[in-house]
Design a protein around this ligand. Structure first.
Ligand SMILES: C[S@@+](CC[C@H](N)C(=O)[O-])C[C@H]1O[C@@H](n2cnc3c(N)ncnc32)[C@H](O)[C@@H]1O
Length: 250
């Protein structure tokens, strides 16, 4: 399935997770909780939601004030601090690349899910980043530099992990229920939008990894993107992939 989405990727993730038994639902590596917010919108106020982060998650204010949202500090490289079969469903987006032993993590998620429970395992495939640009070669080099980078808070990185989710899912204790691909599209380059965030991430990567020749050409590259915006020709896209995995039914 292919869909075009703007900034609504969290709504699409929340919608793709089968939940019929009233929860609870856990988001593993939830960040500020944008997918939890989308789950709350979809499921209403009664379903218990749990957000897990390495340190206690700094959740969006409405989630932090929500009595049915539990914030848990846990390192996903370690056994999860939950009993067997304690969740109806789980979600993990843009976090798996950081975990060195991905199968150990998936075994733990399978343990804490009820029989027949689902995990939606999603990831952006950063290698698929597309910018319309007057300088294709420079753009390719910038995109690859960003895909190959490893930020300080990551224990591992893989800019092509999105396309590997299917194989990772097939070798896990789960059965594969469905495979998704979504194209995230931005033609506006608006502040805070996905294209703008990608450019900031590229700039940070080339500086962090001391690609000095690329860093010296960042302003020229961004000026060109802005000129394309002015002519109505700017286009950014990147592919998100997800696999829906299911534990064995009893
Ligand atoms: C790119 S963010 C994704 C956040 C959110 N899932 C989203 O899609 O917006 C990855 C998150 O995984 C968390 N993370 C990375 N390694 C982790 C670990 N070993 N244990 C717990 N959380 C981890 C990071 O702190 C970060 O918030």
């Amino acid at each position: 399935m292919v869909m075009l989405v703007g900034s609504g990727r969290h709504q699409i993730l929340a919608a793709a997770l089968p939940i019929s038994g009233g929860g609870p639902v856990v988001d593993l590596g939830c960040g500020p909780g944008l997918t939890l917010l989308a789950l709350r919108e979809r499921l209403g106020p009664e379903v218990e939601l749990v957000g897990v982060e390495k340190g206690l998650p700094a959740l969006e204010p409405s989630l932090a004030a929500d009595v049915k949202v539990r914030a848990v500090a846990a390192d996903l490289r370690e056994p999860l601090p939950f009993s067997d079969a304690s969740f109806e469903a789980a979600l993990c987006h843009n976090t798996l690349e950081c975990l060195t032993d991905k199968q150990a993590f998936l075994r733990e998620v399978a343990r804490v899910l009820r029989p027949g429970g689902h995990l939606l395992l999603g990831h952006t495939d950063f290698e698929t980043t597309v910018f319309n640009s007057s300088d294709l070669e420079l753009t390719r080099r910038l995109v690859h530099a960003n895909a190959d980078t490893q930020e300080k808070w990551m224990d591992d990185s893989d800019g092509a992990i999105g396309r590997k989710l299917l194989g990772i899912g097939r070798h896990s204790p789960f059965e594969l229920a469905e495979t998704f691909a979504w194209v995230v599209l931005d033609t506006s380059f608006a502040e805070g939008g996905v294209a703008h965030s990608a450019v900031r991430s590229i700039a940070a990567s080339v500086r962090r990894d001391h690609h000095d020749d690329l860093a010296a050409r960042l302003d020229e590259w961004v000026d060109d993107l802005r000129a394309l915006v002015g002519r109505g020709e700017f286009l950014f896209s990147v592919n998100d992939y997800a696999v829906l995995l299911r534990t064995q039914r009893e």
